[in-house]
Design a protein around this ligand. Structure first.
Ligand SMILES: NC(=O)c1ccc[n+]([C@@H]2O[C@H](COP(=O)([O-])OP(=O)(O)OC[C@H]3O[C@@H](n4cnc5c(N)ncnc54)[C@H](OP(=O)(O)O)[C@@H]3O)[C@@H](O)[C@H]2O)c1
Length: 254
């Protein structure tokens, strides 16, 4: 299938590794131009070397309003238009209601919700100039069922879904599509770190894989392929949707 992404410009945030990089790789493989960001320049340089000439990077922390403005200013001055926005950020810190501090709540609000709000707000004027614009929010299976010891993710990510579903009503009439993807366990550095931090990585991996009907974690390339489809003009009638990419891990009916 031709995803019609040739020469389309897509901003992929938090993409020097992990899920974001998986999405950027898949997009450039389909002929799109990927603009990626992250906080560490060395990691971004390596990512762009891997991605090739259709990719460029900007050092930006999406939890900071000035960095988000700088990112979109760059897109505006270089490309004038934007065809897709993949909204991603680092994960909020783990913890329970007893252990997370007020500061953790505040920084997670900036990192998870306000980054999505500001990226959307600043990108909308450029997206409106595209003939098939698409916004895709990367969230987590935690929007469907809470994950233990991840209070902040369980609390902040559903707000992103609330915004996405509201935007579907508000900006759908302007031809701008919005959707969300909800990864279960995808094999990235963050997940490897979480497994190592558990004290017994083998047992932790085993616990996860036995709860996934497909019997394994996903790979960033598998996640990237789904997101690429949703960012492409080929998914032109998918709007306001939440798509789990979890190997069947979520057990609810809806
Ligand atoms: N992997 C999974 O199975 C899974 C499942 C559900 C949800 N998630 C969520 O998906 C997101 C990505 O996860 P991942 O597994 O890909 O993590 P990862 O392997 O640690 O990669 C995170 C990426 O985000 C960048 N980043 C982190 N904070 C940033 C910020 N404030 N501004 C800009 N870039 C930032 C990192 O680069 P720098 O550190 O250089 O900034 C890196 O490129 C996280 O929010 C995670 O909680 C992951």
């Amino acid at each position: 299938m031709d995803l019609k992404l040739e020469k389309r410009t897509i901003l992929v945030t938090a993409a020097s590794r992990g899920l974001g990089l998986g999405v950027a790789i898949s997009l450039v493989n389909e002929g799109a131009r990927a603009i990626i960001c992250g906080r560490n320049e060395a990691s971004l340089k390596s990512a762009v070397e891997l991605l090739g000439e259709n990719a460029e990077y900007l050092v930006a922390d999406v939890s900071k309003p000035e960095d988000v403005s700088m990112l979109l200013e760059h897109v505006k001055s270089k490309y004038e238009t934007l065809d897709g926005l993949f909204v991603n950020a680092g994960g909020p810190p783990p913890g329970t209601f007893d252990t997370v501090s007020e500061e953790d709540w505040e920084s997670s609000f900036q990192l998870t919700l306000m980054s999505a709000v500001r990226l959307t707000k600043e990108a909308l004027p450029l997206l409106k100039k595209s003939d098939s614009p698409s916004i895709l929010y990367s969230t987590s299976i935690s929007v469907k069922q809470p994950i233990g010891n991840l209070l902040l993710s369980n609390s902040m990510r559903p707000a992103v879904i609330g915004m996405m579903r509201t935007l579907a009503e508000e900006i759908g009439p302007h031809g701008i599509r919005v959707n969300a993807v909800c990864p279960g366990y995808i094999n990235t550095e963050r997940v490897k770190e979480l497994m190592d931090a558990s004290g017994d990585a083998k047992a932790a991996i085993n616990r996860i894989t036995t709860s996934v009907p497909l019997g394994r974690m996903g790979e960033p390339a598998e996640f990237g392929a789904v997101c690429t489809f949703l960012l492409s003009p080929v998914s032109s009638y998918v709007h306001g949707a939440l798509l789990l990419v979890d190997g069947g891990m979520y057990k609810g009916m809806m």
